[in-house]
Design a protein around this ligand. Sequence first.
Ligand code: FE
Length: 348
Amino acid sequence: MKRLILAALALTAAACSPSDEGADADGADAAAAGEVNIYSSRHYDTDLALYDDFTKATGIKVNRIEAEADALIERIASEGEFSPADILITVDAGRLWRAEEAGVLSPVDSAILTERLPAHLRHPEGLWFGLSTRARVIIYNKEAGAPAGLETYADLADPAYRGDICMRSSSNIYNISLLSSIIAHRGADAAEAWTKGVVANFARDPQGNDTSQIEAVAAGECRISLVNTYYLARFAGGDADQQAIFDSIGVIFPDQSGTGTHVNISGAGVVKQAPNRANAIAFLEYLTSESAQRYFADGNNEYPAATGLAANSAVERLGPFKSDTLNAAEIGRGQREAVEIFDRAGWN
Ligand code: FE
């Protein structure tokens, strides 16, 4: 297994250095300001502009390794004290928690990060910081009509929706994190009863990714599903066919009169052995600036994590909502129990 992961890492890792032109122009500055080494599981074109802007502003050269999150965490752990990694960037509170558990992150105390990011989007001890958010929302087929009384995640277990619900596999981290938040709010017993109720309402066995759920609901193969907002925004901002699919789908932000809709984060933390710790903190602070937040959120149609910033127009089409303020660290902690509950309930 480990060999497989390492082989995959070798195939997908892309160490990147600035162009010769950049090195010539900024060579002296870069030498003085040093560098920062980023291990990232994000792969968006906008990220390149983000890194370039940071180098222009600070003279700090950005080196980047991209791979799957679990492979990056394993790599940092196995490199140990010789790891060149300064920052780990990844998606989902569950993966940030895996990094925390693996002991590869180091606490950061930054007044800038504390001021710009709401408390629930930062690790309580500063091990990681949220950079963008996505909400997990209920979608329904508009032609079949808005499902009466469907307002909360809890409602998805109502027998009124028997045979109506399509879901992604429980092995996917998005559903694990959602269930983890339900455990935190309502306790493990209620979470298990909920999971069994939803399974009883399945229209078919869990299959496909979030995009498949959107297509299945639009096609009327199932009436109801759960997806992350950025997938919807992709359809909303896509070509004519994708927009037609978006238009045939209704969106419900769950739990608006209760704890709020479950949101998850992309985030980053400074690595324990970071050889360029000061540069790493400067980079994290830069990522929460207004211009960087726009690039970062737009890379994947997400909501900026920093307070007071709007998302792009495709995302804003989904409308305003109240988000759950459960700390993302809490979402991480319940992952293992969530997996066990899914297994017992037969949500494959
Ligand atoms: Fe995704």
